[in-house]
Ligand binder design. Structure first.
Ligand code: NDP
Ligand code: OXD
Length: 309
């Protein structure tokens, strides 16, 4: 069974070493040296161009090199009969929770405002609530969102979460469905987005949501750039409706030099690093599915193509 590997980052040699550690003798072909396309049965990809996956007539599994699979659904020729598996890696989950905790604590402790004061050499104490007085909302209670929400509870925050289906998680006030979105927005002083990008969640971070949030609230978007309506964010920050935004993901990446986010004093930018894929640990999840495929056993972490996540 030959495997084709194609990524936008230069990680093929790390992946070869990581996969061969578990599967010595693996026939891994790195694009563009892929040989006979009819020999390819599995594809391990990140942002492959439209048409690439459809070029393998005997494909039996598509594995995403990330947790998100929106990069696959933008391809109109995506072979719909081939199962898609996504990455669920405890290492990545921990990394995302570290990011969320870091950014929520920064916002909670008014780090941006103190940075601005430092630049102006202003010595002024700001009113500081405790975590137990701060309400944090998490959009998306999946692998990543539920871990981050749980750790925010441990930090003492009042935590609420939003999912598609109803959920019960200890210590977390849970909302679901379209009506639940307005409810969680109303109470979230800090709102973290960890949703998959689907036709239902695109542009969910918009003017209506920002208006529903408490005045002076802040957002953290570590999911996808297309969850956010960029102009709506700028307007909400400039009007004071929102006080700050931490953004790890953008509609266009790298973020173009002329984009107003770069220079906005109340926007913090990180370059899509919240939870980078780690070949060593992620290979374990991919190998598990390669073994299952070879043995004719059901795959795990399979994406529902209708839901797009
Ligand atoms: P999961 O599929 O495990 O979880 C998705 C969650 O979103 C679920 O709780 C799901 O609800 C909820 N959801 C989906 N659609 C809706 C909707 N229409 N309304 C309300 N809730 C909805 O995904 P992960 O937690 O593994 O990953 C989330 C995203 O994080 C990825 O898709 C990716 O885009 C992003 N990501 C970003 C990284 C970065 O470095 N910045 C790194 C890794 C991932 P339900 O539970 O009911 O199904
Ligand atoms: C992912 C990502 O989806 O890194 O894994 O964005």
């Amino acid at each position: 069974m030959a495997l084709v590997f194609r990524s936008t980052s230069d990680t093929a040699s790390q992946w070869r070493a990581a996969l061969e550690k578990h599967l010595p003798g693996l026939d891994m072909r790195v694009w563009p040296d892929i040989g006979n396309v009819s020999e390819i049965e599995t594809a391990v990809v990140w942002r492959s161009p439209p048409g690439f996956l459809a070029s393998f007539p005997n494909l039996r599994m598509i594995a995403s090199l990330g947790a998100g699979v929106d990069h696959l659904f933008v391809d109109p020729t995506l072979p719909r009969h081939v199962p898609i598996v996504r990455l669920i890696d405890p290492y990545m989950t921990e990394a995302m929770s570290e990011y969320v905790l870091t950014q929520v604590l920064r916002l909670h402790r008014q780090d941006l405002a103190y940075h601005a004061q430092q630049r102006e050499q202003v010595w002024r104490e700001r009113t500081q609530p405790n975590a137990s007085e701060r309400r944090v909302g998490v959009l998306g209670l999946g692998e990543l969102g539920s871990d981050a929400a749980r750790k925010l509870v441990v930090m003492g925050f009042q935590v609420a979460g939003w999912s598609r289906r109803e959920k019960r998680l200890p210590g977390i006030e849970s909302f679901h469905g379209p009506a639940g979105l307005a409810a969680i927005a109303r109470l979230s002083e800090i709102l973290v987005c960890l949703l998959p990008l689907t036709r239902e969640t695109e542009s969910v971070l918009n003017a209506t949501l920002f208006t529903a949030m408490p005045k002076g609230a802040a957002i953290v978007n570590a999911a996808r750039g297309r969850h956010l309506v960029d102009d709506d964010l700028i307007k909400a920050l400039d009007s004071g409706q929102l006080s700050a935004a931490v953004l790890d993901v953008f509609r266009e990446e790298p973020l173009p030099g002329e984009h107003p986010f770069w220079r906005h004093p109340r926007i913090v930018i990180t370059p899509h690093v919240a939870a980078a894929t780690n070949a060593q640990t992620a290979a374990v999840a991919i190998v598990e599915n390669l073994r299952r495929l070879a043995a004719g056993r059901p795959l795990v972490n399979v994406v529902d193509p209708d839901r797009q996540y």
